[in-house]
Design a protein around this ligand. Sequence first.
Ligand SMILES: [Zn+2]
Length: 612
Amino acid sequence: MRTLNWMVPASLLLSLAAVAQQPADSQPASQPAPTQMSAPANTPDAAQPTAPVPMQTSAPANAQPAPPPPAAQPTTMDQVVDRFVLREKGLIKMLQMRTPVIETYLQNLQLDPALGPVPKDDKYFLGRMDLSTSIDRKDYIPDDQSMEKHLLGGFSKLFKIQYQPLGFSWMIFADRNDFDRQHYDFRYVRREFLGEVRCLVFDVTPKPKSGQGRFLGRIWVEDQDYNIVRLNGTYAPRPRNAYFFHMDSWRLNLIPGYWVPAFIYSEEGDFSAGAKNQLAFKAQTRIWGYDLRKEGESDELTNIRVDSVKDDSPTAQDASPLAAEREWQQQAEDNVVERLTRAGLLAPDGDIDKILQTVVNNIQVTNNIDLPRPVRTRVLLTSPLETFSVGNTIIISRGLIDVLPDESSLAMALTHELAHIVLGHNLGSKYAFNDRMLFSDESTYQNLGFKHIPEEEAAADKKAVDLLKNSPYAQKLDSAGLFLKMLNTRAGALNALLTAHLGNNMTEGAAVTRMSTLMGSAPQIDWNKLDQIAALPMGGRVKLNPWDDKVELVKSQPVAITSARDKMPFEVTPFFPRLTRTGTTDSTGTAGSAANATPTPTSAANTNSPSN
Ligand SMILES: [Zn+2]
């Protein structure tokens, strides 16, 4: 059964996961694909059967907000302004009950003569945002610096540059309290399409003496219900001792009638000749988990898991000691997966897991590994590069999948964890006790951990290399090694990206330790070789639906790389999601297309899956 399974998908995956190095392979490989992944982008409907449909899947316990009642179409621009001001208030009200997860990943930049601005160091913030009365956030990672929460949208310049996590979340709304004609002037500019959505564009300026920190910039308003779908600008005037940085904030139509904040890109810096700007950074802020249950809200029945061990054998008996041990592990595994999902850190089981499991299966089949229970995979929704396993579930972060250049490097990442499982390095059985699942979402990182001792890490690396050499990826390990080499060159500047929060780090100090022997046989990094893609920019591969947390692989259009500066390995790039409308009440054909709205890095490095 298994042996039949692996041959087809092994080649199928290349077309999905690989970058431009293999353009020729992907055409035939996409033919037998039973899954959504090979569906080319030229027929938008092809993705429909398997694309997540966020609208129908929300839990009944946490019902979706009702769409706003229909209103008469405005006939003048003044009426349009009144309408989007009203719609903005409606959005703020709807989101009051939500506590989405918010993540900001920031790279400080320095100028490299050959490569342009490159990361110098980085910072990472992850928290839950409470949108009830003002915008506030609780962070998963304790901040080493005091947080001046009320310094809006900026960072203090008093002693050193100190980023305010809250600042990056500020532009989810233009102005939470006073977005109206009394405080702002709105000037209509033109009509413009963003993706499939026709928008009216307005310049927004604060009225004189309307106070500090008012929105200054441009908004895009969709022309059906007049919701704001994009905000681009900054805040003004700025108070002393603080900056407001520039932001580009995007919303997605994930539920009928509302466009919810999903991505915010921030950038500062001037590298032109003569510029004396010490400040230069790029940051991506992502928001998801809108449908997560608010802490303590009708949670009593779900906190304690009682149904994870099912006995469906006809001659039920007490478990043998070994069987009991396995059931115990299974129970711990189920508890952890469920808890991480509820904390907004793990995507629900989805199509992307079929891809990941196929890769794992390829390794297992060719190495004759027969485990008592099948290996499962899940995607951690965060950016830092990490993998870990609990019981038989391998977990890999979205950020890591994003930057891996091809399937063999994905195999490398997963096989390390498979090796832990094969070697019996089971961690986390203590989580079979349900009391250990009772903690606040924000304290997840303090309560769960799956770090192995160095001896187990070394043993897993060694085993993993053996497994890979005996697998369909044996001839393609060069690219995995090249990926690690690139990681090695950038490791010193990417400490935050490389700090694992649940598993082991892939690096130590500023050097790659994970699977490091693969670097030995890899080719040299050649920046000027335009078809050598060692690693991709952040955010180019996995699309995340911020409403229901489902993930899938991106089908992005190939963009030609024209210079070394286009490669941007591990780098932050702007968001440019293709906006689409979710299914409206009278339309059945376009439902669920929210998943199509995905940030596409402007980078040319993301030249995967040629689709025509
Ligand atoms: Zn490990």
